[in-house]
Design a protein around this ligand. Structure first.
Ligand code: PEP
Ligand code: MN
Length: 264
């Protein structure tokens, strides 16, 4: 169902009026984790001031260590919804179990399925049964074929509103947290009719690489880019090495806007 052979024209996902997949370039910014109302609202104000409407923030955090911050859970979803309402923005956040899908539908504009759950088939099926856009991330070690099959799981249940997100894969290379598979973007766009985004934060794990990889993503035809922004990354409860602070965010957006092929 996700195959371009089945449906030649692009699928366009409408998130509160923001169209993803229509040829425009869309951006998702926000903190790694939702930590407090003030923290999310501060980022939302900065993101909105630049003219962007899509805000991210993790409430259920799938952490490698059980001793790391696990997220605020439902409280985090409530904070996101409050900020979305107050700032007229659309919010994206991850859930990690099918039990949370109905709650997520009430609080979120886009439900994220993270890399670690790309093959959580029960979660994929649950996501396929709701009427809400799903942002599906590529698994840590997933081939493109496995990634496409994960999207097929969702669509086979009836939900065709899927955004694919390349977020880097595990390779032997240690210079970056993961290896951004930039060629996945045109391959996914050839093989499927779904919009494709690139998460530059989790793929690189390096603040100094966010701008060049975002430019590369746009240049190669991605429908959007995701990057993490935090008011004070040094004290962030997760991913403090790669989130941008507000000044870096400002510079990031200005640099993108001065790139010839970026239209934002
Ligand atoms: C995230 O976007 O918060 C996240 C955990 O990303 P990934 O699933 O790609 O690691
Ligand atoms: Mn993160």
């Amino acid at each position: 169902l996700v195959s371009r052979k089945k449906k030649p024209e692009n699928t366009i996902i409408d998130v509160k009026g923001v169209k993803i997949g229509d040829g425009s370039q869309q951006f998702v910014f926000g903190p790694c984790s939702v930590e407090s109302y003030e923290q999310v609202a501060t980022v939302a104000a900065a993101v909105k001031a630049k003219g962007f409407k899509l805000l991210r923030g993790g409430a259920y955090k799938p952490r490698t260590s059980p001793y790391d911050f696990q997220g605020l859970g439902l409280e985090g979803l409530k904070i996101l919804k409050r900020v979305a309402d107050e700032y007229d923005m659309a919010v994206i956040s991850e859930i990690v179990t099918p039990n949370d899908i109905e709650t997520a539908v009430d609080y979120l504009d886009v439900i994220q399925i993270g890399a670690r759950n790309m093959q959580n088939f029960e979660l994929l099926k649950a996501a396929g049964a709701v009427n809400k856009p799903i942002l599906l991330k590529r698994g840590l070690s997933a081939t493109i074929e496995e990634f496409i099959n994960a999207a097929e799981y969702i669509m086979s249940q009836g939900n065709g509103q899927i955004i694919l997100c390349e977020r880097g894969i595990r390779t032997y290379e240690k210079a970056t947290r993961n290896t951004l598979d930039i060629s996945a973007v045109p391959i996914l766009k050839q093989e499927t009719h779904l919009p494709v985004m690139v998460d530059v934060t989790h793929s690189t794990g390096r603040r100094d690489l966010l701008l060049p990889t975002a430019k590369a993503a746009i240049a190669i035809g991605a429908d959007g880019v995701m990057a993490e922004v935090h008011p004070d990354p040094a004290v962030a409860l997760s991913d403090n090495a790669q989130q941008m602070d507000l000044k870096q965010f400002d510079e990031f957006v200005s640099s993108l806007r001065s790139s010839a092929f970026v239209q934002i």
